[in-house]
Design a protein. Structure first.
Lengths: 315, 322
């Protein structure tokens, strides 16, 4: 299982002598073979968390434990090993693939770096991986710009799979794709998860996609988890005022006409370099109380595994 | 019969060099006070259509034929001067990324006042009207905002400033090219509410361009669906979302995850990718991805035909051929 233990990340900005609080104590667990969806708006720390989980960044404090072993940053000697078991897929395959490298070579490179095959086995494996993601193997001599957006994202998934990982961190994997192509790539992710018993962390601002793929969902706001639970608990019975507003803000194709509910949030996400006191959400909260400006709420169990960081909930 | 505010007829847009067709023979009208949504994926020609109305097509792309009739004039062959008098005053536009649409080295107040200067309007009350425009769109401390530069604002606030600038002269038509795509959902909600409110107040018409079907369902009265440079379906927002007739529209709506769907269930995907508009000839543009394709679809271009629910360019519409 993957354990995210009280992870904090602060960035010191020398120029302005300020500190950006990207993550303020995040703890989450996810079982092998399951999918954890992470949702939140820009600046909530979801991408920073993704980079820390794969070891691209070092947390200021806290730890990531994958299969009983701590994940450390690049300096660790075991990094290569770790790198092969956890992989990251980025939002924009155009900027994450080398534009001057043929797609076959870019997958081959991963296989040879980790010494996973040798001799003719390398090429066989490249063919196999491309087949796995639905790319015809005669496309392997093409460059990324010669492929469509959907194909490029399939190639970056194949590249992530090349090191035979068991955990994939997917950071907005379909957001940059055309609407008619998204469902196809989502189905590929479903199939791969099934076939290789993969564990996913699926990061997105698109709640409908998250609903569809996740077993559990964590909602983040300003570097903290404000709500966590089974997908049905979080999305169909949201408790935190932020989760409620977030769900309500999304224009749905199943609802015609302007959403008239009062759950519209005023204001914007505060600056993470200048965190508000108490609950980070209190400046925008529709049910704010005096103590919210002083006390920072902890996650409290409302039912089963459903956790909410709001003292006003359940009163 | 109401008379339209603006009418686009047989518009064709192509590249100047290789004469590649990007928008193919499209026609539609917008009526006073009406909000029309143009939905399409990247490369469907939705943005080029909007830009051609204002004569703002990028270099190397031309409106080859057709008419854009506004106030009795064909804007496509109007002089630059007469187009300039319409832009910002009668028809204005907001863009996806306000950071590139605003001048980064000019104070916002000056940029707002430029609108008045450009149209040679009296300067006396310009300052006051500019301030009011900022208040109208919910900018806190508007006086201070006038003295600030674009980078001092958040994305949502910049988009509000751009809306203020677009609406300051009360245009009859607002063209919006994905203005909320780059914003967070709670901010998008605020901007959509703001636009709806302004529309109620001023009775302006809106042409809203987007790939987001959710935004369209919420905001507009009528929907135009574009695919590979053509209009494939057009209808009221209710009919498009409840009775889509073109196989593309129906397939697209079906591919979106529903709130009622079971978790871990596969989505109903459309295979393949949209074709390049200039490579589609004498066939239905959607035929390469359609599961209802027949010989007819591969040899003839379907025309936009009115059916019981919408107008669709499809030989095998969902409700059958009447």
């Amino acid at each position: 299982m993957l354990q995210i233990l009280n992870v904090e990340k602060k960035y010191n900005i020398k120029a302005s002598k300020s500190v950006i609080n990207a993550l303020n104590g995040v703890s989450l667990n996810i079982e092998i073979g399951k999918t954890l969806g992470i949702v939140g708006e820009s600046g909530c720390g979801k991408s920073t968390l993704a980079r820390i989980i794969v070891g691209l960044e070092k947390p200021t404090s806290g730890e990531i434990i994958w299969k009983d072993e701590a994940v450390r940053n690049k300096v660790n000697a075991q990094f290569k090993n770790h790198h092969s078991s956890i992989q990251l897929v980025f939002q924009d395959p155009y900027s994450s693939l080398n534009p001057r490298q043929k797609i076959g070579n870019c997958i081959e490179e991963v296989i040879t770096t980790h010494k996973l095959r040798n001799g003719s086995g390398v090429q066989e494996r490249v063919d196999e991986l491309l087949l796995e993601v639905g790319i015809s193997s005669d496309l392997q001599h093409r460059y990324p710009h010669q492929l469509s957006g959907g194909q490029r994202q399939r190639v970056s998934i194949a590249r992530a799979l090349a090191s035979e990982p068991d955990l994939l961190v997917l950071d907005e994997p379909v957001s940059a794709l055309d609407v008619s192509v998204r469902a196809d790539v989502m189905n590929l992710l479903f199939d791969l998860r099934e076939k290789f018993n993969l564990t996913y962390i699926f990061i997105s601002h698109d709640l409908s996609m998250v609903r569809h793929i996740s077993d559990a969902i964590a909602v983040m706001y300003l570097g903290k988890v404000v709500e966590y639970g089974l997908w049905s608990e979080v999305l169909d019975n949201p408790q935190h005022p932020y989760t409620r507003a977030l769900i309500d803000s999304i224009p749905s194709h199943e609802h015609i006409g302007m959403n008239q509910s009062d759950n519209q949030l005023l204001g914007e996400v505060p600056d993470p370099a200048n965190m508000p006191s108490g609950c980070a959400f209190h400046l925008r909260c529709p049910i704010v109380k005096i103590q919210c400006k002083i006390n920072s709420p902890e996650l409290i169990r409302v039912q089963g595994n459903h956790l909410v960081a709001c003292p006003e909930v359940g009163k | 019969m109401r008379s339209s505010l603006i009418e686009i007829r047989n518009l064709c847009i192509q590249t100047a060099n290789e004469s590649r067709e990007l928008v193919k023979n499209i026609s539609f009208s917008i009526y006073p006070g009406e909000a029309v949504g143009v939905v399409g994926e990247s490369g469907s020609g939705k943005t080029l259509t909007a830009l051609s109305i204002l004569g703002l097509l990028p270099r190397g792309v031309l409106a080859q034929s057709g008419e854009v009739t506004y106030g009795g004039k064909n804007l496509l062959n109007a002089s630059e001067e007469s187009r300039r008098s319409i832009r910002g005053r009668e028809i204005s536009m907001i863009y996806q990324d306000p950071m590139t649409a605003l001048n980064p080295v000019m104070k916002l107040g000056k940029q707002l006042l430029e609108v008045f200067e450009a149209h040679e309007l009296p300067k006396e009350n310009a300052q006051e009207r500019a301030l009011n425009a900022l208040i109208e769109v919910g900018i806190p401390e508007p006086e201070r905002a006038m003295q600030s530069y674009p980078h001092e604002f958040s994305g949502g606030m910049r988009q509000r400033v751009m809306i203020a600038m677009a609406l300051v002269l009360s245009p009859k038509l607002l063209i919006a090219d994905e203005p909320t795509t780059a914003l967070d959902v709670t901010i998008q909600r605020q901007i959509l509410a703001l636009i709806s409110e302004q529309r109620k107040k001023t009775h302006m018409s809106i042409l809203w361009i987007t790939h987001d079907l959710g935004v369209v369902a919420n905001l507009v009265d009528r929907v135009i669906v574009m695919y590979a440079g053509q209009i494939v379906e057009e209808g009221s927002v209710n009919e498009i979302f409840t009775n889509p007739q073109h196989r593309y529209t129906a397939g697209l709506l079906k591919s979106l995850p529903k709130a009622t769907i079971k978790n871990r269930e596969r989505l109903s995907a459309i295979p393949g990718v949209p074709p390049k508009p200039w490579l589609v000839e004498n066939s239905c543009a959607f035929s390469s991805r359609c599961s209802y394709v027949t010989e007819e679809c591969l040899t003839k271009t379907p025309a936009l035909i009115r059916n019981k629910f919408t107008s669709a360019a499809c030989f095998h519409p969902v409700g059958g051929n009447s």
